[in-house]
Design a binder for this molecule. Structure first.
Ligand code: ATP
Ligand code: MG
Length: 337
């Protein structure tokens, strides 16, 4: 699990400090791609802004260390992302290897992450809804494609150049399963649904309902600029104790609306239906889309899904991706070579 240091004030500091030292450049001498800049560092790897020398196009490339990162996890990330073809989901382009890394080439989102955006901008309720509507469209599409993201959070929600179009990224924890029942406890603490925390050994939970919960956390942060289950008094505590209090509040659904809030009754009603601790009682994606608050200012027809299949032409086949990943695991050869 990623670390819990997610209080919004910390988040603002991290975002505005520019993120520390420069990331490495594993692309020197690469025939096609060259590094242009740094985009971000996650718990699993790092992402660079690169240029495609053939087309001049800007792309984002995620670098995951060969042999160190779980190959099953990378396989899921790649195979789950491969068929996605949707305005609100970052598109996979191709995967290749360097001596040290598995390199995932994907669509570049120039507007940065929603966490960066929130660090510098206070959202009105209308703007929060505008982003939330797009997030829900992305999630509905992923679920339609039988994939639960399981790591929906501000850092994995990117923006286009105008900062109007939202795009979901990072399918590193995604789960492909027809019934989406999951067995492993994964995610980022502030966004974990109660059923993930409560799960007993051998138990399962519905990844889709957990995605809905994480969208509720996102909505709360967009509306109130704080996380729903964090409290100021947790700050000085031992991290383990603070984590335990956080988990206890999540399980109880112990969140409240800040006193000074002037958000509408509709927004609060929807929030209450999403941050419902009992998964079976929680509103579904379709329920959210039909909620009156969600429907406000929704462009006509936007709620009618239209999911054309991604053309296979020019797209790496599943077989060739699997082959590349098998080669990536030949770390012995790699070390000797
Ligand atoms: P974690 O597991 O910590 O969530 P990760 O190691 O799986 O992260 P990503 O979340 O995929 O890595 O990427 C890390 C960061 O890089 C993102 O939070 C974002 O700021 C930036 N980033 C990732 N993909 C793109 C992209 N396509 N365009 C622009 N920036 C990106
Ligand atoms: Mg991430």
């Amino acid at each position: 699990m990623a670390n819990p240091g997610n209080s919004f004030s910390q988040l603002v500091e991290t975002c505005s400090s520019g993120g520390g030292e420069a990331l490495p450049n594993p692309l020197s001498g690469h025939p096609r791609y060259e590094k242009v800049g740094d985009l971000g560092k996650g718990s699993q790897g790092f992402v660079l802004l690169c240029s495609d020398k053939f087309t001049g196009e800007r792309v984002a490339i995620k670098f995951l260390r060969r042999g160190l990162a779980s190959s099953e996890k990378i396989r899921r990330e790649l195979l789950n992302m491969r068929p996605f073809w949707h305005a609100h989901v970052i598109q996979f382009y191709e995967v290749f290897l360097t001596d040290l890394y598995v390199c995932i080439v994907m669509e570049y989102a120039p507007g940065g992450s929603l966490s960066h955006y929130l660090a510098k901008n206070v959202l009105t309720e209308d703007v929060a809804r505008f982003f939330f509507q797009q997030l829900i469209f992305a999630v509905r599409y992923c679920h339609h494609m039988k994939v639960a993201n399981r790591d929906i959070k501000l850092e994995n929600t990117l923006l286009d150049a105008d900062r109007k179009l939202l795009k979901l990224c990072d399918f590193g924890l995604s789960k492909d399963n027809n019934d989406s029942m999951c067995k492993t406890r994964v995610g980022t603490p502030n966004y974990l649904a109660p059923e993930i925390i409560n799960m007993r050994k051998g138990g399962t939970y519905d990844g889709k309902a957990c995605d809905v919960w994480a969208c509720g956390v996102m909505l709360y942060v967009m509306l109130f600029r704080s996380f729903p289950f964090e409290r100021p008094e947790d700050r000085g505590l031992d991290p383990k104790v603070a984590m335990l209090s956080l988990m206890e509040r999540i399980v109880k659904g112990d969140w409240n609306v800040p006193k000074e809030s002037n958000m509408s009754a509709g927004a609060l009603d929807l929030l209450g239906r999403i941050l419902e601790p009992v998964a079976e009682k929680r509103i579904t994606v379709e329920g959210i889309i039909n909620h009156p608050w969600y429907q406000i200012h929704l462009p006509p027809g936007a709620d009618k899904p239209n999911y054309p299949k991604r053309p296979e032409e020019g797209l790496q086949t599943v077989e060739s991706i699997v082959e590349i990943l098998m080669e990536a695991n030949n770390t012995d050869e790699m070390m000797m070579g």
